[in-house]
Design a protein around this ligand. Structure first.
Ligand SMILES: [Zn+2]
Length: 455
């Protein structure tokens, strides 16, 4: 694998361009059978290192420039809640193993290792600054011994605790990045996002932002408020976002934990890779330079970030060997109806129609239309003799319509038949029903496609 950027630290990489983060580990490893949902502690780092390394490796292959140690909730006070029933491993054992796992894989692809710390039960139990900092210090000592590249303080819900953590982390001499798990209403003590950002930067974090609990749309709106406050104070930390990979548009301070499907039935809310393209582009446009994901972000979501920003980064992720964006892989499908060059995307209030043609550098015409103009039935594919065939295929970014940040890079995919993509954005908010279509509707739509193929 080509290793670029090796030897460069986080700040150097951020100064040069965009840094792609990794995805969510704790929920992914719960699904794979290595994490106990409920406590969500990371003893798998010591107990099942191969499983943890495999997930690191998938993120690395997908384009992650940073691998975070799998040490979420691994302070001693968290592990011993209820009398050490959760984990047979100590905080030191877990943190030490997690550093080795991340380093081994990071070195395979020139990635950085971030030692990850998070909130401690001691904080909300009211035990005070000295106790909380002692918990964090234990983990930091292990990170320093293992020579992690920087410290990532994440998933703090109170900015006061975050300040204590940053203060302690800065003492290691390592760069500190800091992301809070808050939405537009601010932290659990009702400190506004802007104030949280300013306080994190003043505490010494060189990278400031948000992770977890909310979907990309909410995270980016919250990030906008943070950026405005930082600008107003003349503070210029790098910005970072690692949202969740679930659509949760209407949730409040609890974030995704307030969804009726949380945590074991979230699948119907998962972002598509196309949603992630939109997120990556929007984050980049607003100046975020450290772009990754948290719970629900799988390797293919990370790959979508790396592919969306491939031009800016000057490289494609290794996993793109097996994936061409925008359906281009379908060129090799043996099913006629999937070898498509007709492409439709509905996004919010905009419905884009793409058609391979001889016009334009990429041979694609796109025409935004209001959703109301969406055809009730799928259009027939063009007759075979009228099917355009363009060679070589060229990816071709189109100017987005106003308010539309989806980059469209459709290549000619050979023979024309049909491909329809419906990309569902945020729908009705809170307590919404599952986003899965009801079986009757699904059956009707499938029948329409079937009729069209047979016609
Ligand atoms: Zn998360």
């Amino acid at each position: 694998m080509a290793i670029s950027g090796q030897g460069k630290g986080l700040l150097e990489r951020l100064a040069e361009g965009v840094v792609v983060g990794d995805g969510g580990m704790v929920m992914a490893l719960e699904k794979r059978g290595y994490v106990n949902g409920g406590p969500w502690t990371p003893e798998a780092s010591a107990e099942h290192p191969e499983a943890v390394k495999q997930l690191h490796r998938e993120f690395l292959r997908a384009g992650s420039d940073v691998l975070q140690t799998f040490t979420h909730y691994s302070s001693e006070d968290k592990l011993t809640r209820g009398g050490r029933t959760l984990s047979k491993f100590t905080s030191r054992e877990i943190n030490d193993a997690a550093c080795r796992n991340a380093r081994e894989v990071a070195d395979e692809g020139g990635a950085l290792v971030a030692g990850s710390i998070t909130q401690c039960p001691s904080y909300w139990e009211g035990k005070g600054k000295a106790v909380v900092q002692a918990q964090i210090r234990e983990q930091l000592q292990v990170f320093v011994e293992n020579k992690v590249d920087f410290i990532q303080a994440e998933f703090f819900e109170y900015v006061e605790e975050m300040e204590w953590a940053i203060e302690e982390a800065v003492k290691t001499g390592l760069v500190v990045s800091a992301t809070m798990a808050i939405g537009e209403k601010g932290d659990l003590a009702k400190v506004s996002p802007g104030q949280c950002a300013v306080r994190m930067a003043r505490a010494g974090a060189k990278v400031v932002g948000l992770n977890c609990k909310y979907d990309p749309d909410t995270i980016l709106r919250t990030m906008t408020a943070m950026k405005e406050a930082l600008d107003a104070e003349g503070l210029k930390p790098y910005l970072m976002t690692q949202p969740n990979g679930f659509h949760v548009p209407g949730v409040g301070r609890l974030g995704y934990a307030a969804c009726p499907e949380f945590p074991f039935a979230m699948e119907a809310r998962v972002l598509t890779r196309f949603d992630v393209h939109k997120y990556a582009r929007a984050a980049y446009e607003m100046g975020v330079r450290y772009i990754g994901g948290c719970c629900g972000f799988e390797a293919y979501h990370i790959r979508a970030i790396a592919e969306e920003l491939a031009t800016e980064r000057g490289k494609w992720p290794a996993a793109s060997e097996k994936h061409k964006p925008w359906g281009e892989d379908l060129r090799l499908s043996t099913a006629d109806f999937l070898r498509a060059s007709f492409f439709q995307v509905s996004y919010g209030a905009v419905w884009l129609s793409g058609r391979a043609s001889d016009s334009g550098p990429g041979g694609c015409e796109f025409e935004p239309r209001p959703v109301a103009a969406m055809p009730g039935r799928l259009p027939r594919p063009p007759a075979p003799e009228s099917r355009p065939s363009l060679h070589p295929p060229v990816r071709h970014p189109l100017p987005p319509p106003p308010g539309f940040l989806f980059s469209v890079g459709l290549a000619d995919i050979g023979h024309v038949t049909y491909l329809a993509l419906e990309i569902h954005t945020t729908g009705p908010p809170i307590r919404q029903p599952s986003r899965r279509k009801n079986p009757k509707q699904l059956e009707e739509e499938d029948c329409q496609v079937q009729e069209m193929i047979e016609a």
